[in-house]
Design a protein around this ligand. Structure first.
Ligand SMILES: [Zn+2]
Ligand SMILES: [Zn+2]
Length: 279
C-alpha cells in the first residue's frame, strides 16, 4: 500500500525566519523558516497553499507545478497565496484550485491572479466546507478553522490514512471540524509561539513604532488568531492524532533545537522546513 509522504515546505509565520534586519538570537542562528506550504504526496500529489517562498520550495524539494494534481487554499493572507504567480507552466489540463468562494474571489480578483485562469493555467473549483469531494483516489473535506475569522482547514484521506491541516488556527474549535480530524494519522497544527511573551515581542516589532518593548502596552493575545505550542499539543491529544506537527512559528521563539528539547514527544514534533513525514 502506498504511503502518504508529507513535506513541510514552509514552517514559518507571515514574515518568516530570519526576519530581515533582526538581531535576535534565533535570526542570528542562521536557521530558516520559509512561509507556510505543505506537499501531500499520496495517491495524488496535492499542495496546500503557495506563499511567497513557493518557487524556492519547489527548487529545494525538486518538484514543479506540472506534477501537482490539485492546489488547496486555506485563506487569502499574503503568506498563503502570493506564490500563485508561479503557476505558469504549461500543462495539458489546468490545475484545479479548490477553496471556498471568498478565498477564490480575493485571490483571483481581476487585478490580481485572474489572468492565470484566463490563460488556462488554473481552474477554480469553489467548494463548501464539510462537503467532501475527490481528486483521483484522495477524498478531501474542507473544515472550518478559526483564525479570528473562519478559514479553511483540510482533511485528506487516501489509502486508509488521514492527514489533517489546521494552520492559522486559534484554539477555538468547531465540533464538526474536530469530528472529522479525529483519529488522524497526522495533524499539521498552528503554533505561532511557545509563550505569550514571545507573541508580545513579535507584535511590538510591528506596532511598537520605535517604543522600547518594556513600554509597549499590548492587551491582545496570541490566541486571537493563532495558537501556542502547548495548545497545538493539546489539540493533537484531544483529537487522538497519531502524530501532531507544529508549524507557522515566528522568529521570536527559541532556536529549533531548544524547542525540540522542550516540546517534542512520541506524538508531537516541532516542524521545520523540509521535514518529511511518512504516514
Ligand atoms: Zn499565515
Ligand atoms: Zn493567516
Amino acid at each position: 500500500m502506498k504511503q502518504i509522504k508529507v513535506t513541510v515546505l514552509g514552517s514559518g509565520c507571515a514574515w518568516g525566519t530570519p526576519k530581515p534586519g533582526c538581531e535576535c538570537r534565533t535570526c542570528l542562528s542562521g536557521e530558516t523558516r520559509t512561509r507556510f506550504g505543505l506537499l501531500v504526496d499520496g495517491t495524488e500529489k496535492i499542495l496546500v497553499d503557495a506563499g511567497p517562498d513557493f518557487k524556492q520550495q519547489m527548487l529545494r524539494e525538486g518538484f514543479c507545478t506540472n506534477e501537482l494534481d490539485a492546489l488547496l487554499l486555506t485563506h487569502y493572507h499574503y503568506d498563503h497565496i502570493s506564490g500563485i504567480g508561479e503557476f505558469r507552466s504549461w500543462r495539458e489540463t489546468p490545475l484545479p484550485v479548490y477553496s471556498t468562494q471568498d478565498v477564490l474571489n480575493v485571490t483571483f480578483h481581476e487585478n490580481w491572479y485572474r489572468h492565470l485562469v484566463r490563460e488556462g493555467f488554473l481552474e477554480l473549483k469553489p467548494i463548501q466546507r464539510f462537503h467532501p469531494f475527490t481528486v483521483g483516489g484522495t477524498k478531501i473535506t474542507a473544515i472550518e478553522v478559526d483564525h479570528g475569522f473562519p478559514i479553511n482547514g483540510w482533511v485528506l484521506e487516501s489509502n486508509g490514512k488521514k492527514v489533517a491541516v489546521m494552520t492559522d488556527s486559534r484554539n477555538n474549535y468547531r465540533k464538526e471540524s474536530l469530528a472529522l480530524v479525529k483519529g488522524c494519522n497526522l495533524l499539521i497544527a498552528d503554533s505561532w509561539v511557545a509563550r505569550e511573551e514571545e507573541a508580545r515581542k513579535a507584535v511590538h516589532e510591528v506596532w511598537g513604532k520605535g517604543k522600547p518593548l518594556s513600554e509597549f502596552e499590548w492587551t491582545g493575545s496570541v490566541s486571537l488568531s493563532h495558537s501556542l505550542l502547548p495548545q497545538a499539543k493539546e489539540l493533537g491529544e484531544r483529537v487522538g492524532a497519531k502524530l501532531t506537527v507544529a508549524v507557522h512559528l515566528t522568529h521570536t521563539v527559541a532556536p529549533q533545537k531548544e524547542l525540540e528539547e522542550e516540546f517534542n514527544s512520541e506524538k508531537f514534533l516541532v516542524g521545520f522546513d523540509s521535514m518529511k513525514i511518512r504516514v
